[in-house]
Ligand binder design. Structure first.
Ligand code: F6R
Ligand code: MG
Ligand code: MG
Length: 364
């Protein structure tokens, strides 16, 4: 029987601005799921990454299941009531529609789902990032699945020598899913040519070419593109199955020691390095820096083990210091050049209005 993992996350309010949800808000979401999970949900975990709350479900209903999406939506609605009661900032901010309609995608929350036949042992890692957008996973995925500098299994393991198939979404196209399938290693230059543009092309799935099995499912929605105006960055979630014919857990984590620069940070309008942090970490410096959490599990007959917090290890303390240095360095140039995102990515619309006014004052 197949197992489905679904992670659905939303920002429904936090303390002190966009920093971290309250304990009681997390508890309200948990209570709702506990009381309403019925027979559909086999197991679940609730966590926060910055101001976002993620619900990780395991179940047997397949991807895009309306009843499961509705359960998550209703849990976020219940959480929003609690957030309002406490006076949390931005209560219900990611619930963009008044009511649920079939599929939670496009309604505000981010979704990553994968259905598979469980292997004898089924280890996987759940990633969540805050103050950034789905393109933040492009480089780490490219490196973990195509580059032996990070994934030694590509040269050491016969199960990986066939490489991986990437499914890449054009997130600027909003009428439907517009995607391309490319094979690594033969087409890595084409993959790189697309993935360099984090704001337009985003990895949505990766498959092993040896087993045909799906390794990765990532959220790709860019509400900015759908709504055409500021509605915050789409802090992305991702599921990655590891080991065997997939990269090892440590190979998947390896590229996060770069602290590569991503879009997001203050007002969703700046460039900042992605800092690997412990689950439950809040947001601080300059409403950032952009953060990513990684939580590992095994799943058996749909039952999840206790979580292992992958970035809660002395090695990553060293990385965090380096990433903080990168953040400080770029912040030193404030609004100038590379520190702020290009015109098309600036949130809030303030610059657009300013430019219009200034345009009239220009003389020739
Ligand atoms: C929110 C975010 C923050 C806000 C900033 C201003 O995810 O990235 O940097 O954009 O705190 O927030 P508002 O507009 O709510 O006052
Ligand atoms: Mg937020
Ligand atoms: Mg957020």
């Amino acid at each position: 029987m197949k197992t489905t993992l679904s992670v659905i996350k939303a920002d429904i309010g936090s303390i002190g601005g966009h920093l971290r949800p309250s304990e009681s808000l997390m508890e309200a979401v948990r209570e709702y799921i506990e009381a309403n999970k019925g027979k559909m949900v086999i197991d679940y975990r609730i966590s926060n990454t910055g101001d976002d709350i993620a619900i990780l479900f395991s179940h047997r209903e397949g991807v895009g299941n309306s009843a499961l999406h509705e359960l998550a939506w209703d849990a976020f609605v219940a959480g929003t009531a609690q957030a309002k009661k406490e006076g949390l900032y931005g209560a219900g901010q990611d619930l963009l529609k008044d009511s649920f309609s079939g599929n939670i995608k496009g309604l505000g929350p981010a979704v990553a789902e994968m259905e598979f036949e469980e292997r004898e042992n089924e280890p996987f890692i759940f990633f969540a990032a805050d103050k950034t957008d789905p393109g933040a996973y492009n480089l780490p995925l490219y490196l973990a699945f195509t580059d032996p500098m990070h994934c030694s299994g590509l040269i050491l393991s016969p199960k990986m020598s066939d490489g991986f198939k990437f499914v890449i979404m054009d997130v600027e196209y909003t009428e439907a899913d517009r995607y391309i399938e490319l094979n690594a290693p033969e087409e890595i230059y084409d993959i790189a040519a697309l993935l360099r543009d984090n704001e337009r092309f985003v990895v949505s799935k990766i498959y092993s070419r040896d087993s045909g099995e799906q390794a990765v499912a990532a959220s790709t929605t860019r509400l900015h593109n759908i709504a055409g105006k500021y509605i915050g960055k789409d802090d992305p979630v991702m599921l990655v199955r590891v080991q065997g014919s997939f990269p090892a857990a440590g190979e998947i984590l390896s590229p996060y020691n770069i602290g590569h620069y991503v879009a997001g940070f203050m007002r969703g309008s700046h460039t900042g390095p992605l800092m690997p942090v412990k689950t439950g970490c809040g947001i601080s410096f300059f409403d950032g820096p952009p953060i990513v959490t990684a939580t590992a599990f095994c799943v058996q007959n749909g039952i999840l083990t206790e979580p292992v917090d992958c970035f809660d290890h002395p090695y990553w303390d060293h990385v965090r210091t380096e990433v903080a240095r990168k953040a400080t360095e770029l912040r030193r140039q404030g609004f100038s050049g590379a520190a702020m995102l290009p015109y098309s990515e600036l949130e809030y619309g303030g610059i657009v209005e300013k430019m219009k006014k200034l345009d009239d004052k220009f003389k020739i």
